[in-house]
Design a protein around this ligand. Sequence first.
Ligand code: LLP
Length: 406
Amino acid sequence: MSGEKAQLTALARRFGTPLYVYDFDLIRHNFEQYRRAAGTTDHLICAAVKANGNLALLRRLAQWGSGFDVVSGGELERVLMAGGRADRTVFSGVGKTRDEIDAALRAGILLFNVESEAELDLLAERAARLRLAARFGLRVNPDIAAVTHPHIATGLRQHKFGVTLALAQKLYLRPRPRWLEPAGISFHIGSQILSLAPFARAAARVAQLTARLAERGVALRYFDAGGGLGIAYRPGQRPPTIAAYVGALRTALPPGMSLLIEPGRSLVAAAGSLLTRVLYVKDSGRKRFVIADAGSNDLLRPSLYDAYHDIQPVIPRRGARRVVEIVGPICETGDVLGRERRLPPLAADDYMVIADAGAYGFSLSSNYNARPRAAEVALEGGRARLVRRRETSSDLAAADLAEPKK
Ligand code: LLP
């Protein structure tokens, strides 16, 4: 048995399944790639917390010098709990509430990425009320089509995100309330994007706007290029390297501005696996189903986006491969982890490893069917450490107000 197989088997036995396993060393390597690619350009990498908000991971990222991109008060709290700094954190999202805005102002957030005129008005009002400076950037929608799943494309005018370039220009040039400081501009055109061209085009369009604004006396400091770089989930997919991606952004970066990047998937996806155990194998006449103990409540991406994740037995058995459907235990037809996979024979109690699950895996998981969420383990320097225990049924009932029956 190879070292990796032995380690995965040992982890599954020790901590149970379903189990998320993250290679922190690989995440650090990816983070350093971003840093190295940015080189001498003034920059801040703001890890997108939504991709993976595990506290031990956020703590490490903060220690390595990362900033953060948050989209809710809850994510900001997690960053602060993990020792991250608000003045290295940007706050994005189309629906910030008044309480969330207040909390971010009090914490001293680096930049609010504002997505509408009404939000800008609310931010001005809250900043004045609290007498705290609000640095803001408008999230512009550069109207660029990016080839990705429709659910995760964001950069077209038909999407709910951001404001048009024309409205942004108008809002930046508007007489400015005292506590509001135009400090940046941001865009994010979608996720799992596998070519450089749309990033370069969007960045160039936004750079043109910043030049027009500078001519009219509004000099912005932060050029926030969002996230979106894809990874190879399927054999044959060839995403740009982190170096090429950051290179394209640096090329477009207007002189004197500081580059912010909000990577999620490209930082953490490939560094995470979901370990699961086979519960049953059954034939329906037409198909063979492998029923795993992980379901769409643990990993939603295949059901929600028809996403592909490689799935392999941890220790392949000898015998002819055949095509199987890998499904979970949830009472939904859509609870599929892998369709039509050609795999070696599988039997009850075999462990399987679902690849590239480090981004939008645990963070999109739920308690549907009253299933406790999975445990999470970090691998670092060859050592394994439990960084989030498996939930229990009392965790799930903790917020219920009905008297439990004794
Ligand atoms: N910045 C903003 C403003 C975003 O909306 C996102 C992702 C990111 C950064 C990070 O993007 P990334 O580097 O991860 O592509 N749940 C979907 C992905 C949703 C992405 C939402 N926004 C999935 O599992 O594919």
